[in-house]
Design a protein around this ligand. Structure first.
Ligand SMILES: C[S@@+](CC[C@H](N)C(=O)[O-])C[C@H]1O[C@@H](n2cnc3c(N)ncnc32)[C@H](O)[C@@H]1O
Length: 244
């Protein structure tokens, strides 16, 4: 399924596109997780303005994708927002009627901004992919990882962990990008998603490809002369009979 872009989030920015491209490029190319998180700590105050310049729409798109499978009792759905950043995903989900949010992120600076939104009942710091998630098994009705599954950010080893904390019958919404420096990561992620499906641990509900996911940080990252990179949203449902 291909999707047209949504309007950018309504936050004004003082930074120019080339300035934001340089800044985001730096975060995408860092390989040291500690350095990454220090970067996010310092980026936190300007993160939302900067991603607006890049026409970053993943939070709206993922929220719409997840909301499409919850018709009733949406206010009771317990959501875990993994790599929650400043809380854009909860903000979008709240606009759709979701009310119960827990969030995890490695950056205290990002978590502090998420806390100020007043949407999350619980926020915890966690080094994703390096330690178990601080949550019991089979607790959440829905788990999302938006904008963070990519090269140099959250390792794919977090995916079995998010499956563990999801309730049997619960939903998982994951996003990744199609930019050139993320192709290897995306292919490894795809293999893991397929493997978990073949093992009967979850079933694919929807794969949504989005051509204009966000503005590219450089010409090399985009395909065919476009100013945008594409991205993808995966929606899975944890198998009911299994509690892993
Ligand atoms: C691009 S932001 C996405 C934030 C939010 N989900 C959104 O869509 O706006 C990526 C987030 O992942 C977090 N992050 C990146 N690598 C991480 C890691 N290894 N462990 C924990 N958090 C990490 C960063 O701190 C940052 O808040």
């Amino acid at each position: 399924m291909k999707t047209a872009p949504l309007p950018a989030m309504a936050v004004s920015s003082s930074r120019s596109l080339p300035e934001v491209q340089r800044r985001v490029s730096a975060v995408h190319h860092s390989t040291d997780p500690e350095e990454q998180l220090r970067f996010y700590d310092t980026w936190a105050p300007e993160y939302e303005q900067d991603v607006t310049v890049l026409c970053y729409q993943a939070p709206q798109l993922a929220a719409s994708c997840l909301a499409s499978v919850f018709q009733e009792s949406i206010a009771d759905v317990l959501v875990l927002d993994v790599a929650c950043g400043t809380g854009l995903v909860a903000q979008e989900l709240q606009a759709k009627g979701f009310r119960r949010f827990h969030g995890l992120d490695g950056s205290q600076g990002m978590l502090e901004h998420a806390r100020r939104k007043g949407l999350y009942q619980e926020l915890k710091q966690c080094m994703l992919g390096q330690e178990a998630l601080p949550a019991s098994s089979g607790v959440y009705d829905a788990v999302l990882i938006v904008g963070a599954l990519s090269e140099g950010q959250v390792p794919i080893s977090v995916i079995p962990e998010v499956l563990r904390v999801t309730k049997p019958g619960g939903f998982l919404c994951l996003t990744t990008r199609d930019n050139q420096s993320n192709l290897r990561y995306k292919s490894q992620m795809q293999q893991l998603l397929d493997d978990l499906e073949q093992r009967g641990l979850w079933e694919k509900v929807k794969v949504q490809e989005v051509e204009q996911w966000e503005r590219a940080t450089s010409q090399q990252e985009a395909k065919g002369g476009s100013d945008y990179i594409s991205g993808v949203i995966y929606l899975y449902r944890k198998t009911s009979r299994i509690s892993c």
